[in-house]
Each structure stands twice: as structure tokens, then as C-alpha cells.
Design a protein around this ligand. Structure first.
Ligand code: TYD
Length: 194
């Protein structure tokens, strides 16, 4: 019998390989005859668009908007799981904890607002990579970059992510390796869960 639907979350800085891994995970689950929904944060909904497109937010308002976006998203994710879909999500609450604490906010406060609006992922992975490598991968080194993509900031985000992984039980995978090796580790984790 097919096991119940699972909620998979991938975290990591841009260029850590989340997007490619997610589409391969999706193909793998579908090859097992499972129904799959791929989704991401910030979402394409009204709040997600607002936070992605507004440059002059304060760190607090940004954190609250990412979290509000997530509150709506969690409801959609739960509905998909209940409808029998495995859900694979590109970023979830650990993104707010990592990025907004790197912007100076208190991680415990960030977790406390998020704790009201999240559900526990079944498979929760941090693709860990040095930002020097990830920025080279996304071809953004030296170019004009957004506020979330500056090297010094991303170093803080990475450190913050590693602390969060320890505190909230994310599995850390070394994403500086080649894609296939990373994917094999992820699929091993999923296989143990389904
Ligand atoms: P997005 O609009 O997907 O940017 P891109 O143009 O790079 O695809 O926004 C992603 C950025 O938002 C990413 O660099 C990290 C940041 N972010 C946070 O700071 N906090 C969060 O809670 C989330 C979900 C994303």
C-alpha cells in the first residue's frame, strides 16, 4: 500500500541546487506512482509578491510579511497533503529564521511568530554550500545583486542556517558535491520515510 503523502522542504542559499534537486525529487516520486505538488516561498500570491517586490521594508516588516505569506501557504500545503499529494517546498520557515536573523532580528522571536503558522516537514533538508561557490553557480559574482545576494550577507545566512539546522532538526547535506551525489542522499532520506 502507498504510504501517506509527505511534506518535503529544501532550504539553502541561492545556488545551493534546490531548484534542480526539487524537480528531480518530483520526477522520482512520480516514477513511484505518487502524486506530486511542487511549491515555493515567497509564493506568487499577493503577500509573497509584495515582499519580493518591495525594497524599502524594515527587517521586522519583511519578517512579518514572509511569515504572513507562509500562513496562507501552509493552508494550501495542508490541503494538498490531504488531497493525497506529496508536497515539495522550495524554502519554508527556516528561510525567515536564516535570512531575517542575518538582517539582525532575534531568531527566537522569528521562530515564535512562525511557530503559529507552520507544519512540521517530514523531510527537512539544508543544502549547505559556501556562498563563494553558490554565487559563481548562479553567475552573479561581481554583478549587480539584490539585497539578499551580497557575499557578506550570505556568509551570515549560511552560518545562521547551520545553527538553525542543529536547533530545528534539519539534515545538512554538503551541496558543494555534484548534483547526482546530493540527489542520492535526498532520495535515501525519502525512501526511509515513504
Ligand atoms: P525571490 O523573489 O524568489 O528571489 P529571486 O529573484 O532570487 O528568485 O526571493 C527569494 C529571496 O527571498 C531569497 O534570496 C531569500 C529571501 N527570503 C527571505 O529573506 N526570507 C524568507 O522567509 C524567504 C521565504 C525568502
Amino acid at each position: 500500500m502507498m504510504s501517506s503523502p509527505i511534506f518535503i522542504v529544501l532550504e539553502g542559499i541561492d545556488g545551493s541546487g534546490k531548484t534542480t534537486a526539487i524537480s528531480k525529487i518530483g520526477e522520482y516520486l512520480e516514477s513511484l506512482g505518487r502524486k506530486v505538488m511542487i511549491t515555493m516561498e515567497p509564493t506568487k500570491g499577493a503577500i509573497g509578491k509584495l515582499v519580493a517586490e518591495t525594497d524599502d521594508l524594515t527587517p521586522e516588516s519583511e519578517a512579518l510579511l514572509f511569515t504572513a505569506d507562509r500562513a496562507c501557504h501552509t493552508k494550501e500545503i495542508s490541503e494538498c497533503l490531504e488531497a493525497g499529494y506529496d508536497v515539495i517546498c522550495d524554502r519554508y520557515f527556516a528561510s525567515t529564521l536564516a535570512y531575517q536573523s542575518a538582517s539582525g532580528l532575534d531568531r527566537d522571536w522569528l521562530y515564535s511568530i512562525n511557530s503559529k503558522v507552520i507544519r512540521e516537514p517530514d523531510v527537512h533538508i539544508l543544502l549547505d554550500v559556501d556562498p563563494e561557490i553558490s554565487l559563481t553557480r548562479v553567475g552573479k559574482r561581481g554583478e549587480k545583486v539584490s539585497r539578499f545576494e551580497k557575499l557578506d550577507y550570505l556568509r551570515k545566512v549560511r552560518d545562521s542556517y547551520l545553527g538553525i539546522a542543529k536547533a530545528y532538526g534539519l539534515t545538512v547535506l554538503d551541496a558543494s558535491r555534484n548534483e547526482d551525489d546530493v540527489l542520492m542522499d535526498i532520495i535515501g532520506m525519502i525512501d526511509r520515510r515513504i
